[in-house]
Design a protein around this ligand. Structure first.
Ligand code: UDP
Ligand code: MN
Length: 337
């Protein structure tokens, strides 16, 4: 056999060695590649998971934004059609401070939705001042009048507790309600608001869903910081007043509201001119046929003052005449005060 030349022999060995190296190189590289691919695949899967979560969150955000928009809309245009109407009966009489009192009260009432103001003048005719005032008031209102007979009027020197005030006027308001309130067109609540008191707007929402009679404290009344119903276990059990707490309903006019249906059911219930001192409210509620058990304590279990029996100081005109004497001219009677 012919011997292979040495050169060829070396070449073959070289070829084998190079092949081995190439193989090793490929093997190692191929191994690294699979690691990288696996890592890339993992990252890809992770990205897809995050993308899925993002899409879900975006959907949630869209829904929340829509809900927020709806809430804003509702807030801007609340559906008040189902809210019970509040009928506020106010007796009023001509005096220097009348327009100031009515202005203050009407501005309070303007903030209350579904409210109808029954303003009853203690007068023989409807006065131009009150007529013009109501026309400009932007309130839903009814203007009535009935005079208190002279013998039932307080004189300037009488103490204010001697005779009840605003009796026939409140009764005129009740009569109007009995003639005009229609229970089939919605619920109604009746509140007697004197023209000189001070009312927190929350009071009206406390009374809005009155089932029979709602009650709460009244501030600055009865020569006390407040008078209030005494409440035990959610029920009225008596009265925190200095003066005659034994009265059945020892409450000020500002301290209760009644369901309008009660007026229709008790068609004879009204205020009386012939009551014992401080008996006006108690006898009226008795004529409505209610008992202590029917009273619904409001204003956080009768612990909050939401109405004050404020009284306005009588204004002095002592300088009017002096003006004329000293300067020859007094105030212009054409300027309405
Ligand atoms: N009032 C009335 N005629 C009068 C005196 C008072 O209509 O001769 C009205 C008054 O405008 C108020 C309510 O009756 O809305 C209660 O009167 P007032 O505030 O003088 O009573 P008080 O605060 O002393 O209880
Ligand atoms: Mn008053």
């Amino acid at each position: 056999m012919q011997k292979m030349p040495l050169r060829l022999h070396k070449l073959i060995w070289l070829f084998f060695a190079a092949s081995l190296l190439a193989f090793l190189w490929l093997f190692l590289n191929f191994g690294w590649c699979t690691d990288e691919i696996r890592e890339l695949e993992l990252k890809d899967r992770h990205i897809r998971v995050i993308e899925g979560q993002l899409a879900r969150l975006q959907k949630q955000q869209d829904k929340l934004l829509k809900d927020l928009e709806n809430e804003k809309q509702k807030h801007a245009n609340p559906d008040t059609s189902n809210l019970p109407n509040i009928y506020v009966i106010t007796p009023t009489y001509a005096r220097l401070e009348q327009k100031a009192e009515l202005t203050r009260l009407s501005y309070t009432l303007q903030h209350v939705i579904n409210l109808h103001w029954i303003l009853v003048e203690d007068s023989y005719t409807k006065t131009p001042l009150v007529t013009r005032f109501l026309q400009k008031s932007r309130l839903s209102y009814t203007h009535l009048n009935v005079p208190t007979p002279e013998e039932y009027k307080l004189s300037d020197t009488d103490p204010n507790w001697l005779k009840p005030r605003g009796v026939l006027q409140r009764n005129a308001g009740l009569k109007w309600l009995r003639d005009n309130f229609n229970p089939s067109s919605g619920k109604g609540v009746v509140y007697f608001a004197d023209d000189d008191n001070t009312y927190d707007l929350h009071l009206f929402e406390e009374m809005r869903f009155t089932r029979k009679v709602t009650v709460w404290p009244v501030g600055l009344v009865g020569s006390l910081r407040y008078e209030k119903p005494i409440v035990q276990d959610g029920k009225v059990t008596g009265w925190y007043t200095f003066w005659r707490p034994e009265r059945t309903f020892a409450m000020d006019m500002a301290g209760f509201a009644i369901n309008a249906n009660l007026l229709l059911e008790q068609s004879e219930a009204k205020f009386s001119l012939h009551v014992k001192r401080g008996g006006l409210e108690s006898e009226f509620l008795t004529s409505l046929g209610v008992t202590l058990d029917d009273l619904e304590p409001k204003a956080n279990g009768c612990t909050k003052i939401l109405v004050w029996h404020t009284r306005t100081e009588k204004s002095s005109l002592k300088n009017e005449e002096k003006m004329v004497r000293k300067y020859g001219k007094g105030s212009d009677p054409m300027i309405e005060v």
